[in-house]
Design a protein around this ligand. Structure first.
Ligand code: FE2
Length: 247
């Protein structure tokens, strides 16, 4: 029997993220190509389904149904896999909902939009010397701040090639606003971990008119009180939940 597309992704993640050392550019490009094949149904979602997702699950009655892509009323996370080396999951956003700016410390992240359209804003940190720090008056800010350069401020619309971000480039700090109901399939390596110093931090951005447009001061903020992320079961083809780790 032919392997499901998501199982191919899982097995390739296991091969390249569990090896010693970082994956090569060629390996990441191959993973990106595999992610580009993924459609909503490959991760257990009917992108056109508009009924309440909870009803769809009940009707599945133990068999593997599909979640309704147009039926999410809150941001919803569908967990597919997590081990020490990587995680795979899908965020489903209803139209108009925002997932605020957040970082991915020390991580490589591949993101694929199986359906819908979303506005993306992404930044990378910029090293600031003492002189610029004084000009920007960064020390006067009450919270934890840094200078960041804007990498993306635009619309992603499915089908679109998967994006890759790295620990210090490619837009490591990003946020999304759904323009239509949409889903974002994320592969994170390594995954978030408070224990291993990889927490998720949220930010507010304050765009600067200088040194030139495209720069912003990012201020770390507490978890936004209006951010609601629900969970939903993964109903797509199974991926082996085998233990994996750095060897
Ligand atoms: Fe993210």
């Amino acid at each position: 029997m032919e392997k499901s597309k998501i199982k191919v992704v899982y097995e390739y993640c296991r091969a390249i993220f569990s090896q010693k050392g970082l994956p090569t550019f060629h390996q990441l490009q191959h993973l990106k190509n595999q992610l580009d094949r993924i459609e909503a149904k490959d991760v257990g979602i009917d992108e056109f389904g508009s009924r309440d997702s909870a009803i769809a699950i009940q009707e599945a009655g133990g068999s593997r149904g599909l979640l309704c892509g147009q039926g999410f009323s809150e941001i919803t996370y569908i967990h597919i896999h997590e081990c020490e080396s990587f995680s795979i999951g899908v965020f489903c956003l209803p139209a108009g909902k925002t997932f605020p700016l957040h970082d991915h410390p020390g991580m490589t992240v591949l993101s694929k939009l199986p359906y819908g359209s979303v506005h993306v804003k992404a930044y990378d940190w910029i090293k600031v010397d003492e002189e610029l720090e004084q000009v920007l008056e960064l020390t006067l800010w009450p919270g934890v701040v840094g200078l960041a350069g804007r990498v993306i401020d635009g619309i992603m619309k499915a089908p679109q090639e998967a994006s890759i971000l790295f620990p210090t480039s490619g837009g490591n700090i990003h946020g999304f606003t759904a323009l239509t109901p949409c889903a974002i399939l994320d592969v994170l390596s390594p995954p978030y971990s408070e224990d291993f110093g990889r927490p998720s931090t949220y930010f507010s951005d304050f765009p600067l008119p200088f040194p030139s447009s495209g720069y912003a001061v990012l201020e770390a903020i507490p978890l936004p009180s209006d951010l609601v992320v629900r969970g939903a079961p993964y109903l797509g083809p199974p991926v082996a939940a085998q233990y994996c780790s750095y060897q």
